[in-house]
Design a protein. Structure first.
Length: 207
């Protein structure tokens, strides 16, 4: 079960491709898992995987590995990104890892949720900007290092406590809109290559 959940997470993030799913289904069947969609997925050929993503989602529902209302891979991607961001926050509060580096990772993960799901939760968007601001301040030597570290820990606690998600810094409506616009510019568009096959991605990347 855990192997299939992990494969679902990785596929949602673009770390696995449609061509990989028939083998994943075959391995799951060999481990004793069984569902109609899983069998159909295992029978697909790597050269014709147009229905693989939908079959995989259906198989996960049939095996009760995802909520029945989880209707698309974007929802799964956002859930995985939030879980990974929270894992970073939890490790930081437990005293592990580099504070600024982890805060930067959290900011990137949270901003990616904004490119995955619309509308983006306003509180989470502001918290993402707070992590980004604190990372920049820490890297560039602005402000008191101890205060910045305390604010990062505060942001981590807010991330783990939500929803609703509370920002570290209070801002006006206009400041919220500006912060969100700046974040979109800094992080760039959503990763278009996530849905490309390995062969097509190599072709695009080499241009």
């Amino acid at each position: 079960m855990e192997e299939l959940r992990d494969a679902a997470d990785r596929f949602a993030l673009g770390e696995l491709y449609s061509e990989d799913l028939p083998m994943i289904a075959s391995q799951a069947l060999a481990r004793g898992l069984d569902s109609p969609a899983l069998v159909e997925l295992a029978c697909l050929h790597r050269s014709d995987c147009r229905d693989a993503a939908e079959l995989f989602l259906t198989a996960l529902r049939e095996l009760d590995l995802i909520d029945a209302i989880e209707s698309n891979w974007s929802a799964r991607e956002a859930d995985v990104l939030l879980r990974r961001a929270r894992d970073h926050a939890r490790r930081l509060l437990d005293g592990g890892g580099n504070l600024l580096a982890a805060a930067g990772h959290i900011a990137a993960l949270l901003h990616q949720i904004g490119h995955t799901l619309e509308p983006f939760d306003p509180g989470l968007a502001e918290l993402a900007s707070d992590f980004e601001i604190l990372t920049v301040y820490g890297d560039d030597g602005y402000g008191d290092p101890e205060s910045i570290e305390a604010d990062i820990r505060h942001a981590c606690r807010n991330l783990l406590a939500g929803p609703p998600f509370e920002p570290v810094f209070q801002r006006s409506d206009n400041q919220s809109a500006v912060a969100e616009s700046v974040s979109v510019v800094r992080t760039g568009p959503r990763r278009f290559w996530q849905r490309l096959s390995p062969r097509r991605w190599r072709s695009v990347r080499s241009r």
